[in-house]
Design a binder for this molecule. Structure first.
Ligand SMILES: Nc1ncnc2c1ncn2[C@@H]1O[C@H](COP(=O)(O)OP(=O)(O)OP(=O)(O)O)[C@@H](O)[C@H]1O
Length: 319
């Protein structure tokens, strides 16, 4: 049963998800506690789910798992009845779309592996994607207020971001995973984009999961809210339930949850200190390995050490 009590049209199903970032051998370091655990969630067609939680709670990790960027047991995560990691057609068909913040770090890439720091126009990028419905393309260009003559190596971060979002949304997705992509957008662009996305759910039955810390203009946007802390699901509620139980604004409601969590963490640390054990639980560091967030087997893991890490970050690997 999903958050809304519906049974039909299940689009996203997470069942007892457990995940640990792999070490260099592709396996979790021995003795490590899973980063994500006790996480189950069912979403339906038309759901707009806000994913909230403090920094480091696991939101990006969960979205990446859903987007097939990390391997998990295929029964733990189903998107449109399939496993995104194992069924790459889910992403390539455009049914499942992941728009993530790594674009911010790797500005050189705009999806479809197209470098955008070279002198290329917005038009060339957007019209370069084959098989797109011209009406949808025109609508997106309007919603994101894109000037097709922009040269992408010269525009502002926000303008470049608008082109990236447009490219990502060209195919009519069924499930969209958004990892805070509106930070660079101006107030108007953000509001128009959110309105467009809401329409996509209402008219086409798309499902969106949106991880964000920015609650401006979101009051009437989500249908559901999911709160994650320390990699565990804390709350999964339909918005009317949230409004029923809290008279506060959405932002204040989330703030109250996060404050409670932080106070609780501080209390636990104090207790640990008083008991003579280290305040912070040290993560298991089995093999001195840093994994830069890409699944094992994709040239991703690197031996710890700043020099190596810089040289083998995604930016370099993907050029
Ligand atoms: N590539 C990685 N390899 C190992 N551990 C990682 C990796 N990426 C993230 N982590 C760990 O996973 C935890 C969750 O990170 P994640 O990025 O999912 O959090 P988040 O909720 O998206 O945070 P934020 O709000 O800051 O974006 C972090 O505390 C970090 O220690």
């Amino acid at each position: 049963m999903g958050i809304n009590g519906k049974n039909s049209d299940v689009t996203v199903e997470i069942k007892d998800l457990k995940f640990t970032y792999p070490g260099i051998d592709g396996h979790p370091p021995p003795g490590s506690t899973p980063l994500i655990q006790d996480f189950s969630l069912t979403l339906h067609s038309s759901d707009r789910c806000l994913l909230v939680g403090s920094n480091g709670a696991g939101k990006t990790t969960i979205l990446k798992i859903l987007g097939g960027k990390h391997m998990v047991d295929p029964d733990m995560v189903r998107v449109l009845g399939r496993s995104a990691f194992h069924d790459t057609n889910l992403i390539s068909s455009g049914d499942l779309c992941y728009l993530g913040g790594e674009w911010r770090r790797d500005v050189a890439f705009a999806g479809f592996e197209v470098p955008i720091q070279m002198d290329v126009s917005a038009e060339k990028m957007i019209f370069g994607v084959a098989g797109i419905d011209p009406e949808r393309r025109a609508e997106l260009i309007k919603v994101l207020d894109i000037n097709l003559s922009w040269r992408l190596h010269k525009v502002s971060d926000g303008q470049r971001r608008r082109v990236q979002i447009c490219m990502g949304l060209l195919k009519p997705f069924k499930v969209l995973l958004l990892d805070e992509i509106t930070v660079d957008l101006d107030v108007l662009a953000r509001a128009d984009l959110l309105r467009f996305l809401k329409k996509e759910c209402e008219e086409r039955g798309a499902t969106i999961i949106y991880a964000t810390h920015i609650f401006d203009g979101l009051e009437d946007w989500p249908t559901n809210i999911v709160y994650v802390a320390h990699g565990k699901l804390q709350l999964a509620l339909p918005m009317d339930k949230v409004k029923e139980t809290s008279k506060l604004s959405l932002m204040r409601t989330v703030e109250s949850w996060l404050r409670k969590e932080r106070d609780e963490d501080r209390r636990k640390r104090k207790e640990r200190k008083a008991a003579g054990v280290p305040e912070f639980v040290k993560p298991v560091d089995g093999s001195r390995v840093i994994n830069n967030g890409w699944a094992a087997g994709r040239l991703n893991s690197t031996i710890a050490g700043e020099e190596n890490f810089v040289l083998s970050s995604n930016r370099v690997l993907r050029q």
